[in-house]
Design a protein around this ligand. Sequence first.
Ligand code: SF4
Length: 454
Amino acid sequence: MLSTITEKALAYRSFAQHNFRQIPQISQLSEEQINDIDIVSHVLPFKSNNYVVDELINWDNVPDDPIFTLTFPRKEMLIPEHYERMKAIMESGASKDEIKKVAHSIRLELNPHPAGQLEHNVPMIEGHKLTGMQHKYKQTVLFFPSQGQTCHAYCSFCFRWPQFVGMDEWKFAMKETELLIKYLKEHTEVTDLLFTGGDPMIMKNKIFATYIDALLEADIPNLQTIRIGTKALGYWPYKFITDDDADDTLRTFEKIVNSGKNLAIMAHFNHPVELSTDAVAEAIRRVRATGAQIRTQSPIMRNINAEPGIWADMWRKQVNMNCIPYYMFVARDTGAQHYFKVPLVEAWEIFQNAYQQVSGVCRTVRGPSMSATPGKVQVMGVSEVGGKKIMTLRFLQGRNPDWVGKPFFAEYDEKAIWLDDLKPAFGEKKFFFEDELKQIFESEISNSEVGNFE
Ligand code: SF4
């Protein structure tokens, strides 16, 4: 298969607001649809590429095609008031700066940093905030290498969208491995380091290997797993096949595995189409051959994948390709959430229906899960107690590890889309974790140290 793919090897070409009109297939859209892409992409980030455009999108099915929806903005992704505000300023002959100002003001209304990630998760060392890291859960540190803060294409639902639109004051990024290593050595409870972004697999191997070499040389015994959160397999599989540093990247993966650490590629796939090309099959085969595991995850989103058959198909394909289904997430309360949102009850119904369709080897997947302020909360289901419907939830991760695994209950609410929308069941005033969460935040503020909750 490799020779066919090598013959077809693509040179990466990205499309964004300034050049998307050059995509030949765009001429199939109406002038209005094209203008809408232009208007919305002034607010929300937009980037696609030639692989997504030529091999994943079915242009006969546009604008409903799921991968088109995944990477191209459209009118409905802004609420009408924001859309009209943006359209009006663009049609008024205003200067670029004025247009930018309006776009920025709209972005500020889109909850750019949900789940308290800006205020509450940034660790400290020797009195310095480590702004390129997050430490929310005891065992896992997230690391945002500064050269990995973009992606091969952007997802229209992405909760990290502020990083891509120049809201720089909120950009997480970090260059220094020294401080990271120091932090990991001091925090012996940390077993997992997650490289994230953007997409760390946008980094050239020359840079990626510098981080990895430093980490391996530091020989940190508590560090057992290196995870890499990436959508490169979905958006640019050539990263692992024919890019000029593809083989070197795989050698770096092997180095991690040979050092005795677990390497987990946390691969982001939103739709089975992304698993359908020869290129992705070959990329997965090559990555797996290094000894790395591939775990898969995706949010559930209206207009892209909110159907049980899509999930069942996706999990089956992933297992057949030697990947491990890992998470179904709920779309975060940010950006274009109004367009993608799936209420919690419906998300659970879709999950349950899909789960029932697949064999035990696919049932490694967990969900639907919200990455909310107190932790990762899974909707376990709807039950009836004393003739009343309730929702059962549990923490898969918690700011306090003691919360993990304990079921708790909320009143049945089929409109709720996020943890904040739910009320405790059985007449309780608060959920069991609320007082403690408040205390955690208060102590963080009084200590001016945000990593202290572990
Ligand atoms: S690949 Fe990940 S970080 Fe990049 S746009 Fe998509 S969801 Fe966001």
